[in-house]
Ligand binder design. Structure first.
Ligand SMILES: NC(=O)c1ccc[n+]([C@@H]2O[C@H](COP(=O)([O-])OP(=O)(O)OC[C@H]3O[C@@H](n4cnc5c(N)ncnc54)[C@H](OP(=O)(O)O)[C@@H]3O)[C@@H](O)[C@H]2O)c1
Length: 287
């Protein structure tokens, strides 16, 4: 065959690193007396919107949570207080996901917080959620808007996850938040949706490379949800809200709790065999 003919099976085998050779799974403990460590999740952008709902749902399912905020310190502290009222340990840390130079210092701060608040040296679940949108036609999108989307969504997911890897426990989970806009199109989201698409590709690579550590990596892709995102347009613009509801199988737009509940489902122990997947949570928009 020519250059692009089917590669031989031996080629694929030669690509498999020795470390990914099949190993027997670790023995399951049958002891009922072994104390179970409470999982800790880190949710970026947990001060409001989807991240806040995720934090509260995880707290309801017995998971301790660190949320991050950029400008909403007061709101983040309120989320922490709400989780503590549910009997959970919780903390809030400042983080600008658009500033990759700050990630190493953030990892240090997180390590101290894990020790001080959770008596842990690792955490279990990373949810790369923080971010904002940019709405402009392809023709009018500026380089500055494009770079901001790359930094806030793609570069942050790549390098924050890289910096936090040593702190993520083996057997942990990573969820990257993408968007329904990578499957269907609405004019005005070329830059935003393109970088979310790249996040989905990154998810595949992370799932492959972190598999030997039994870390699962998946994408959650919400449809249009009533939050502050995009100036709160889906929530506040009744015409837009009705239009999206009309193209959605379940007949409405999404609410933050639709996503919070789905995330807690994907972080449940029963979901441990799901990896490298894109799970859309849109109520069936534009099916
Ligand atoms: N809502 C939707 O329709 C929708 C649909 C698909 C995907 N998504 C995705 O879901 C994620 C959350 O969106 P949302 O609807 O919850 O938006 P939101 O209500 O506007 O909340 C955004 C959150 O991200 C934080 N954040 C924003 N920019 C940040 C930055 N540069 N550094 C650190 N934190 C930052 C905010 O923190 P502060 O409040 O502290 O500034 C806030 O906690 C985003 O990745 C978004 O792209 C949303």
């Amino acid at each position: 065959m020519g250059l692009f003919g089917p590669p031989r099976l031996s080629y694929f085998y030669s690509c498999i690193p020795a470390t990914s050779a099949r190993k027997d799974p670790p023995a399951m403990s049958t002891s009922t007396t072994t104390p179970r460590v409470t999982p800790v999740a880190l949710i970026t952008g947990g001060s409001r919107g989807l991240g806040k709902s995720m934090a509260l749902h995880l707290a309801d399912h017995g998971i301790d949570v660190v949320v991050t905020y950029k400008s909403g310190e007061r709101e983040a502290r309120e989320v922490v207080a709400a989780m503590q009222q549910k009997g959970r340990k919780a903390a809030a840390l400042a983080l600008d996901v658009g500033d990759s130079r700050s990630f190493a210092a953030f990892a240090n701060t997180l390590a101290h917080e894990l020790e001080a608040t959770f008596q842990r040296d690792r955490f279990d679940h990373l949810v790369n959620n923080a971010g904002s949108g940019a709405h402009a036609s392809f023709a009018e999108t500026t380089e500055e808007q494009f770079d901001q989307m790359v930094n806030v969504h793609l570069k942050s997911t790549f390098f924050l996850t890289q910096k936090l890897l040593p702190l993520i426990a083996d057997g942990g989970r990573i969820l990257n938040v993408s968007s329904g806009l990578t499957r269907f199109t609405f004019p005005g989201y070329a830059a935003y949706a393109s970088v979310k698409g790249a996040v989905e590709v990154l998810t595949h690579y992370l799932a492959k490379e972190l598999g030997p550590r039994r870390i699962t990596v998946n994408t959650v892709a919400p449809g249009a949800i009533e939050t502050d995102f995009g100036g709160g347009a889906v929530r506040d613009n009744q015409e837009l809200n009705k239009m999206i509801a009309g193209m959605t199988a379940l007949g409405r737009v999404g609410l933050p709790d639709d996503i919070g509940a789905a995330v807690s489902l994907l972080l449940a122990p029963e979901a441990n065999w799901i990896t490298g997947q894109r799970i859309e949570v849109s109520g069936g928009t534009l099916l």
